[in-house]
Ligand binder design. Structure first.
Ligand code: GRG
Length: 303
């Protein structure tokens, strides 16, 4: 598929269905819950921690949306014999626990964005100044730590060791993926296999493991939990592929940050790897690295 074909296809799908509207009410509950969960004692930390939870800068809320839809898809097994009022109580308690997974996931995600922007020295995020740009690197790192800590407390409150272990491992995966991206050897830079592994750690692991957590909390079988995981994994990988493509095709206004930021950071993403399969001579350009803007321009010609 050409990049143009994929974008055309995506637009057609968007016109048919708006998954976000299906969980709009729950998303607004989530927004309020998140704001209350990041209240901090020290005013500077409080304003840093709530920075990306303020109205208008919440981001797309892609992960909570997927998780809330997953929660709807995996119905609660009602107690037998069916007592309607008891069933409702179980159902609503389960829903609260599943919403908690959506909140934890979003807090881990935002913590990773805060740290990512420090590592990349990024100055914009979600269409406004990144937290490191506005309040400095130190506070951005601490705010990320604070969000992770609040996510841990919420996770512990679920009292489910399997779920705790899944989401704790995700944090390790995020760190692993980011480290893999920072420390690639020349061979790894042009390897699709390396790219997919890194992408699983950096992006798909959070989505797949939180989908699995939703299934576990619903008391689903191991088979269903694995299917939920696989669904999240594929969706996460597809999400990152689209994110990579948009870096080349989007505008600063649509992305909320500068375009071509990956390549300018020397990161070899999916569009370059696909182009390299078609044009092997692109490999020499990639090998030279993208520190030189002329080399970036040369690589772009192949896309
Ligand atoms: C502190 C948890 C933690 C991790 C540290 C920096 C780091 C290790 C990991 C970075 C992981 C990262 C930023 C991956 C990119 C994932 C991605 C595609 C982010 C963009 O997600 P969107 O488009 O963002 O859903 P919005 O702004 O809409 O929420």
């Amino acid at each position: 598929y050409s990049i143009r074909h994929q974008i055309h296809h995506q637009t057609a799908v968007e016109e048919q269905l708006d998954p976000f509207s299906l969980v709009a009410d729950e998303l607004s509950v989530l927004a309020n819950r998140l704001r209350s969960m990041v209240i901090a004692e020290v005013p500077k930390l409080a304003s840093a921690a709530e920075y990306f939870f303020k109205m208008g800068v919440e981001g797309k809320r892609f992960r909570p949306t997927v998780l809330l839809l997953m929660a709807s898809a995996l119905h609660v097994p009602l107690p037998e014999p069916t007592d309607v009022s008891l069933g409702d109580a179980v159902s609503s308690e389960l829903r609260t626990r599943q919403q908690c997974i959506a909140e934890i996931t979003e807090m881990i995600h935002v913590a990773s964005l805060l740290h990512d922007d420090v590592l990349d020295d990024a100055d914009t995020r979600r269409g406004i100044g990144s937290l490191n740009f506005v309040m400095g690197n130190k506070l951005a790192v601490l705010a990320g730590d604070f969000l992770l800590s609040r996510a841990c407390v919420a996770l512990a409150s679920l009292k489910n060791t399997e779920v705790v272990s899944l989401l704790a491992t995700v944090v390790e995966h995020l760190v692993t993926g980011e480290t893999m991206q920072m420390t690639t050897s020349s061979d790894q830079r042009s390897s699709m296999e390396y790219y997919m592994q890194k992408t699983y750690y950096k992006t798909a692991s959070l989505i797949s493991n939180s989908c699995k957590a939703i299934a576990i909390l619903a008391g689903q079988t191991t088979e269903v939990a694995v299917l939920a995981y696989e669904y999240g994994r594929n969706l996460g990988l597809a999400f990152q592929l689209m994110d990579d493509i948009l870096d080349f095709t989007g505008t600063s206004a649509s992305l909320g940050k500068g375009s071509l930021s990956d390549i300018r950071h020397g990161i070899v993403t999916a569009p370059i790897l696909f182009a390299m399969e078609e044009f092997p001579q692109l490999r020499t350009v990639v090998d030279r690295g993208f520190d030189d803007p002329a080399n970036v321009d040369l690589a772009l010609e192949y896309l």
